[in-house]
Design a protein around this ligand. Structure first.
Ligand SMILES: C=C(O[C@@H]1C=C(C(=O)O)C=C[C@H]1O)C(=O)O
Length: 356
């Protein structure tokens, strides 16, 4: 056995030496890129370029490693190379161990400074003030719909959307002991309680449900009190040394949350992009229909349409619309120009690469 392993491990050692040499070369080139950018005051983080690199490695991947795994490795390589230019600071809804933190790492890799914030409002504030270079905020969940606070803040922010990240959201029921003995209350963020309501009704109909600030906070509470069970990610459970009572209790097995990256950076076209806008129309018959006509006319696909009350006491709404393409694409530019003519309110939130 050992005789057979030895030469194979020698091969791996030789390959690792080559990988290390190549990584070092890549790092030195990234440093040069950093110097060129510094001369022209150009931004360090280029989401469109990173998206192209990640799509490229998936397209050219000869196997046997899976595309997603190769992309994870390259995500980290780019993160480490980027950190040689500058370590970007990213604000997100904390504490550590939330799905927002997972989204941050999926977008930026781990060579960053994470800045956990107490609320979505604070993420916007930190990014607007420049305390953070970027912010990552949840915008919609596949089972529960829009994250209204994010939509409301996007309306007035001076930041733009420079990226999107979508991650699978799996919830587990966890306690200190890994059993439900002595448990009188289940704590989680209100979204997570909603995403697990059918399962809870079926298995624990009589246990009190309590909404808390985040799932990670619920996990922290459960770690200190045996009468509390938390619904959170297993990552958060591990952080607080909880035992799993039941894994994957979310009602929809394909449950996902989409996040947007906010910042001051206007992203260039990557070849596969989305553009987000907010619109309002005068309150008259057929106005929404007329408003959206240019989208179809110019062959632009709409991928999302969401409404929010304008909160000015009348039945008026803001419409949050996502379309395929970049504001610099000719058909998108023409459609937006016409949309703007018919709109009482019009704001482009940003164009950015489609998430992996
Ligand atoms: C090296 C660059 O800077 C950053 C790092 C990248 C990389 O390591 O491939 C890609 C884009 C930038 O976010 C670059 O702009 O090319």
């Amino acid at each position: 056995m050992t005789d057979k392993l030895k030469p194979l491990r020698q091969q791996i050692d030789e390959i690792d030496a080559q990988i290390l040499e190549l990584l070092s070369r890549r790092g030195r080139v990234a440093q040069e890129v950093g110097h060129v950018k510094a001369e022209t005051n150009a931004p360090v983080f280029r989401p469109e370029r990173e998206a192209q690199v990640l799509r490229g490695v998936a397209d050219r991947n000869p196997g046997p490693l899976k595309n997603g795994d190769v992309q994870t490795i390259f995500r980290e390589i780019m993160s480490a190379c980027r950190a040689l230019e500058k370590r970007v600071t990213v604000a997100y809804l904390g504490p550590a161990g939330t799905f927002s933190e997972e989204a941050v790492y999926k977008q930026f890799g781990s060579a960053i400074e994470g800045m956990p914030c107490a609320s979505i409002d604070e993420v916007f504030r930190a990014t607007e003030a420049g305390t953070a270079d970027f912010g990552v905020v949840p915008v919609e969940n596949s089972s529960e719909g829009a994250i209204n606070r994010t939509l409301d803040l996007l309306l007035g922010t001076t930041t733009v959307i420079s990226g999107e990240v979508s991650i699978p959201v799996h919830h587990s029921l966890m306690t200190r002991t890994g059993t439900m003995e002595g448990v009188t209350v289940v704590c989680a963020h209100s979204q997570a309680l909603a995403q697990c309501q059918v399962w809870l009704n079926l298995h624990h109909p009589d246990i009190e449900r309590r909404a808390v600030a985040s799932n990670a906070e619920a996990a922290r509470m459960a770690s200190q009190d045996p009468s509390i069970a938390a619904i959170a990610s297993e990552m958060a459970g591990e952080q607080y040394k909880l035992g799993v009572v039941e894994a994957h209790i979310q009602d929809d097995p394909h449950n996902r949350t989409r996040f947007v990256v906010i910042g001051k950076l206007h992203t260039n076209p990557s070849g596969r992009d989305h553009t987000s806008l907010v619109l309002a129309v005068p309150n008259k018959a057929g106005a929404v229909y007329d408003l959206l006509a240019p989208v179809a006319k110019h062959g632009v696909s709409m991928t999302r349409f969401e409404s929010r009350p304008a909160r000015i006491g009348t039945w008026e709404y803001y419409f949050y619309v996502d379309v395929e393409g970049h504001v610099q694409d000719a058909n998108v530019a023409r459609a937006l120009e016409e949309l703007k003519q018919n709109a009482a309110f019009f704001k482009v939130l940003g164009s950015y690469p489609v998430s992996l």
